[in-house]
Design a protein around this ligand. Structure first.
Ligand SMILES: [Zn+2]
Length: 227
C-alpha cells in the first residue's frame, strides 16, 4: 500500500499545510500517518500546559480521523523548540522507518516560525539518518521516501514547485481544521486558510482551491496521485 507520513511541529500544522492534499491521496487509496512533534502546550496564555497538551492531542486525533488518516504519533518534544536533540532525531528516524512513506510532508525550508524551522531541520536530518545504517540505536531497516514536500503555514511560500488542486477536498480540510477548537476559538484562522487556498487555486491556475509545496526531494516523476 502506498503510504504518506506528514510531520508538523504543532497539532494543527498538518491540517493547515497539507490537509487537502492528504485527503486527496487518502481518497485514492493511500494510507496516511501523522507525526506530531510537540503537543502544542504553549498555545494558550490561560490554560495550563498539561491540560492544553491533552486537549490538543485529542483535537489532532479527531482531525486526523476526519481526514481519514490511520493514526497520529506524538513525539512530545517541548513546545517552543529552539533546537532538537539526538533523542528526538532517533524518534523521527524510528517513525520514518516504521511507516516507510513514499511521500513525506514537512514544514517548508523558508518557514520563519522558530518551532517550524527546527522541525524542518529535525525531519530533514532524520530523513538522511533513516536512509542508511548509521544510527545503531534506531530501530527498523533503512528507508528513503521518494518525495518530500514542504508546506506553508503562517508564512506563505514566495515560490513553489508544486500546486495541488484541493477543490474536491477543501471542505474536508476545513472540517479537520475546525477540530482544533482551542485554537480556532480565539483566532478564526480557518477563514484565513480558506482564503489562502482560494488565492493558491486562482494564481496557480490549478483549480478553485489549491495547496502549494516546495519540492524538497523528488524522483523523476511525481506519484500518480498528484500528477
Ligand atoms: Zn505550528
Amino acid at each position: 500500500m502506498t503510504t504518506l507520513l506528514a510531520f508538523g511541529a504543532h497539532p494543527d500544522d498538518i491540517e493547515i499545510g497539507c490537509g487537502g492534499t492528504v485527503r486527496r491521496l487518502i481518497e485514492q487509496g493511500w494510507r496516511a500517518v501523522h507525526g506530531c512533534v510537540t503537543s502544542g502546550e504553549a498555545g494558550s496564555s490561560t490554560i495550563d500546559r498539561a491540560t492544553l497538551a491533552a486537549t490538543r492531542e485529542q483535537e489532532a486525533r479527531r482531525a486526523a480521523e476526519v481526514l481519514g488518516s490511520e493514526r497520529v504519533e506524538f513525539l512530545r518534544a517541548p513546545d517552543g523548540l529552539t533546537q532538537y536533540s539526538r533523542e528526538q532525531k532517533i524518534d523521527v528516524i524510528d517513525l520514518i522507518r516504521a511507516v516507510r512513506p513514499q511521500i513525506l510532508f514537512v514544514h517548508a525550508s523558508s518557514d520563519a516560525f522558530p518551532d517550524h524551522r527546527v522541525v524542518h531541520e529535525l525531519v530533514m536530518a532524520a530523513v538522511a539518518g533513516a536512509a542508511g545504517p548509521w544510527y545503531q540505536e534506531a530501530k527498523g531497516e533503512p528507508h528513503v521516501p521518494a518525495t518530500i514536500l514542504g508546506y506553508e503555514v503562517w508564512h506563505p511560500l514566495s515560490t513553489h514547485q508544486l500546486a495541488v488542486d484541493i477543490s474536491a477536498t477543501v471542505e474536508r480540510k476545513l472540517e479537520a481544521l475546525r477540530c482544533h477548537q482551542s485554537q480556532i476559538e480565539p483566532t478564526h484562522y480557518d477563514e484565513a486558510f480558506l482564503g489562502l487556498a482560494r488565492y493558491r487555486g486562482v494564481m496557480s491556475f490549478t483549480g478553485t482551491y489549491a495547496e502549494v509545496f516546495e519540492v524538497l526531494c523528488t524522483p523523476l516523476s511525481l506519484p500518480a496521485g498528484l500528477a
